[in-house]
Write a protein that binds this ligand. Structure first.
Ligand code: SAH
Length: 270
């Protein structure tokens, strides 16, 4: 049920594939007066915002305007007081490494009603589209979602001993830059260097790429494949399923073939 009173809807946009938007997210986008979105909201999802709805980009990207979190918070409050229906659209699930809870807390502090619409987070979506189950009976009995983000001048401050568990699947968000450090510290803490590990770039999008490797070799293999952000790092025995459960690559190949046929037809017609 849509909450007609809510002034601000904090909405998860999922990982990129527009078909992974929830129906509720889709409906709210269609009914919005203004949509405030950032970098991880895919082009295809941006195209679902109806013409005439005010779009405000607040993400980081070179050449584009970028607001800091305080400015975004202030903007949301200002919009809520002016516009009737504000959708704050964020990649994945805003409450998972998305600062959605900070925005929600700020709204509460300013006495502004909000509703929350969870999105499919990168861990579920990217692993699923890479053919990697996050848990599997007898292989992985738990999952940990971890941020690999660290300040440039500081090492990652994580409990490495507790992470070095062979029966747990480790999923690192924002872990590409700190990958050499992750490798070193996890091996040091006792996780076998041969543990299967993967990076999933642009998960769920038609340009998705997978780098399948081991904990030991992932940092160098990621460089060999020039894997770029956004990329999710998955470490654990479940990564071994990626070959047999790879259902998405054939779809990508089929789509590429269809595109080739269309391009050839277009050239022939021209
Ligand atoms: N709130 C988001 C996460 C934001 S943090 C969510 O729930 O998914 C940003 C990180 O998420 C990226 O650095 C990357 O590690 C991961 N990520 C988000 N979307 C991704 C995608 N489509 N493919 C790969 N990684 C993604």
């Amino acid at each position: 049920m849509l909450n007609s009173k809510a002034l601000i809807s904090l909405v998860g946009a999922g990982p990129g594939d527009p078909d992974l938007l929830t129906l509720k997210a889709y409906k709210l986008i269609q009914q919005a007066d203004v949509v405030v979105y950032d970098r991880l909201v895919s082009e295809e999802i941006q195209q679902l915002i109806p013409h005439g709805v005010k779009k405000i980009y607040v993400g980081k990207a070179s050449g584009k305007h970028h607001m800091n979190q305080d400015e975004i918070n202030t903007l949301l409050v200002t919009l809520a007081k002016k516009d009737r229906k504000v959708v704050r659209l964020k990649g994945g699930d805003p409450f998972i490494f998305g600062r959605g809870s900070e925005e929600a807390a700020y709204l509460v502090k300013h006495d502004i009603d909000f509703e929350y619409v969870p999105g499919i987070t990168a861990a579920s979506a990217c692993s699923a589209y890479a053919g990697i189950p996050l848990t599997h009976r007898g292989v992985a009995s738990s999952v940990r979602l971890i941020t690999g983000h660290c300040r440039a001048d500081k090492p990652l401050d994580l409990n490495w001993k507790s992470l070095a568990d062979e029966d747990t699947t480790l999923v690192f968000y924002m872990g590409l830059a700190s990958l050499p450090q992750l490798r070193e510290r996890l091996i040091e803490a006792g996780l076998p260097a041969s543990t299967p590990a993967a990076a999933v770039e642009n998960g769920t999008k038609d340009v998705q790429r997978r780098c399948l490797s081991t904990l030991d070799n992932l940092p160098s293999d990621v460089i060999k494949m020039s894997i770029c952000s956004p990329a999710l790092i998955i470490i654990g025995k479940v990564v071994d399923f990626a070959e047999t459960l790879d259902w998405f690559s054939p779809i990508q190949d089929r789509d590429k073939e269809e595109l080739d046929v269309k391009t050839r037809q277009y050239i022939a017609d021209a």
